[in-house]
Unconditional design. Structure first.
Ligand SMILES: C[S@@+](CC[C@H](N)C(=O)[O-])C[C@H]1O[C@@H](n2cnc3c(N)ncnc32)[C@H](O)[C@@H]1O
Length: 260
């Protein structure tokens, strides 16, 4: 049986691991932007995503795991027609506050990926699932179902962009959170707790000693590539920390690009 495949009934710990909306509780979400540091994150990724989207001829974008809205804001400011979506009510509230405080009117939907059709969002040129979000789905078949849903929202030839922390390096004992990309804030230390081929626990320790934990499935890059392929995507490309050429044991994040 492949790790992450549906098998025995889940115990309560495993059920809690899969309940992402409980992991993103009010306290943790209230500190999410501190964890990101929007200015440093914007500097770290530069125009990587907008360049890829422009090159792909994309205009209408779904930011499917918007969290507190970082990419929705960056891409809206860059001129794209962005819809933001997330399944966590607390994250959506945070994103709404971020849009309002910047005077931005960005359509925002609270919806789990398993229930995206009912939101009747229409068709997009690109779907983004960024910030290492898909790893909240533990089962391979469930991820394939989510990827198929993303595909059904794309026009033929539309682009999917998904990134993940570099779980290959992490499982090889090379966890690094360089602080240069994605989660750039300096007030929290990120370490890895429980770790094996079916679980990766990130521990966020803030200056005053408060800790939060995210428990996710460590999707290996090759595995995600296979799942994207099985979901009907083609023209798969990979980047490490926004570069074509990268060290697979040193990159913090792996970004996957594919076409519907
Ligand atoms: C690690 S956060 C990333 C947030 C944001 N993209 C960023 O980079 O800051 C993962 C996000 O994915 C969302 N998420 C996880 N599983 C989801 C699901 N099944 N449906 C909808 N959203 C989900 C969570 O609520 C959370 O906001």
């Amino acid at each position: 049986m492949l790790p992450g495949s549906p098998s025995l009934p889940l115990d309560s710990r495993e059920r809690a691991d899969r309940d992402y909306s409980r992991q993103y509780n009010d306290d943790f979400v209230s500190r999410w932007d501190e964890l990101i540091d929007w200015d440093k994150r914007a500097a770290g990724e530069g125009t990587f995503f907008s360049d890829l989207l422009l090159k792909a001829g994309a205009c209408r974008i779904l930011d499917a795991s918007t969290g507190s809205g970082f990419h929705a804001v960056q891409l809206h400011k860059a001129g794209f027609d962005v819809t933001a979506c997330d399944g966590s009510r607390t994250m959506v509230e945070r994103a709404k506050a971020n849009f309002n405080s910047r005077g931005l009117r960005i359509p925002l939907v609270c919806r789990d990926w398993r229930d995206l059709e009912r939101a009747q969002l229409g068709t997009f040129d690109a779907v983004l699932c960024l910030g290492s979000s898909l790893c909240h789905v533990f089962d391979s078949q469930d991820r394939i179902d989510v990827l198929k849903r993303f595909r059904s929202l794309l026009r033929p030839g539309g682009v999917l962009l998904i990134d993940q922390r570099n779980f290959h390096a992490i499982l090889e004992g090379h966890f690094s959170s360089s602080g240069r990309y994605y989660y750039c804030g300096k007030t929290a230390r990120v370490t890895v707790g429980e770790l094996h081929e079916s679980l990766c626990e990130f521990v966020y320790t803030f200056a005053e000693g408060v800790t939060y934990r995210l428990r996710v499935f460590p999707i290996l890059p090759e595995r995600l590539r296979t799942e994207m392929f099985l979901s009907g995507f083609g023209e798969l490309k990979r980047f490490g920390d926004f570069r074509h050429v990268y060290d697979p044991l040193r990159a913090d994040f792996i970004i996957h690009q594919a076409r519907a």
